[in-house]
Design a protein around this ligand. Structure first.
Ligand code: NAD
Length: 256
């Protein structure tokens, strides 16, 4: 379905980003990977699917590095057809204790980076009259939790950015939508489980069950493969008129 298209997925060396990259590659898209840590293994796994993969290690908190990554993608593939803004970090603390540099980093990585990639990707998408922008927001883009002020602000912000870009591109073949996962068992959430287990003196399994029980009525994690499937749908012709939505995949979290 996506043969010949190029998808750039930020924060795709692990977790949700890697799964989305894999799902798009399975549909034939070439992939530009980004993120920290080992890039060789994910790159080889994408290439094993029979598509081209490139890696750029831009730090999403640095606008000049983001510009360099977008130029790199254009030089390798001509343009980015599918942009997935996925890179994200978390920090948990009360607002009065929130380290200001953590606030700045979360807003830069989880929100401002998507502004930069989007502004740089849209002109070529408009010219081709086809494009997909998929912003990985969160249930926290729709509702809040205590002790996550920066994350909730950034995720609500990216839902707003999604709607504005969707309106600006509404008469074109370019769509912009957000995905709002509930709890997904990745490194980002494992840390919160481990912190909770240590804080309360309980097992990791008990901490995991508490986490799900508080927020996610299905009592099951959303899987990275399910999120990959949603990204494929949003990239498909069936989603041509899906514009500016914040699509929850959260086991009922935001239905409450
Ligand atoms: P993860 O920690 O497994 O992956 C995060 C990715 O972002 C990694 O590839 C990491 O290297 C990259 N990254 C971090 N800082 C970066 C930076 N400055 N520059 C470039 N890359 C950077 O976490 P994940 O759970 O897969 O998270 C992916 C996205 O999904 C995030 O935006 C997160 O907020 C969102 N999300 C996660 C959950 C969940 O439950 N795991 C729920 C809702 C939304």
């Amino acid at each position: 379905m996506l043969k010949g298209k190029t998808a750039l997925v930020t924060g795709s060396t692990s977790g949700i980003g890697f799964a989305i990259a894999k799902a798009l590659a399975q549909q034939g898209a070439h992939i530009v990977l980004n993120g920290f840590g080992d890039a060789e293994t994910p790159k080889a796994q994408i290439e094993a699917l029979g598509v081209r993969a490139e890696y750029h290690g831009a730090d999403m908190s640095k606008p000049d590095q983001i510009e360099d990554m977008m130029k790199f993608a254009a030089s390798k593939f001509g343009r980015v057809d599918i942009l997935v803004n996925n890179a994200g970090i978390q920090h948990v603390a009360k607002v009065e204790d929130f380290p200001t540099e953590r606030w700045d980093a979360i807003i830069a990585i989880n929100l401002t980076s998507a502004f930069h990639t989007t502004r740089l990707a849209v002109p070529a998408m408009r010219e081709a009259n086809w494009g997909r922008i998929i912003n990985v927001a969160s249930a926290h883009g729709l509702v809040a939790s205590a002790q996550k002020s920066a994350y909730v602000a950034a995720k609500h912000g990216i839902v707003g950015l999604t709607k504005s870009v969707a309106l600006e591109t509404a008469t074109t073949g370019v769509t912009c939508n957000a995905i709002c996962p509930g709890w997904v068992l990745t490194a980002l959430v494992q840390k919160q489980i481990d912190d909770r287990a240590a804080r309360e003196g309980i097992s990791a399994l008990q901490a995991q069950n508490e986490l799900l029980g508080e927020k996610q009525p299905s009592l099951q994690f959303t899987t990275v493969e399910q999120l990959g499937g949603l990204a494929v749908f949003l990239s498909s012709p069936a989603a041509d008129q899906v514009r500016g939505v914040a699509w929850a995949m959260d086991g009922g979290w935001t239905a409450q």
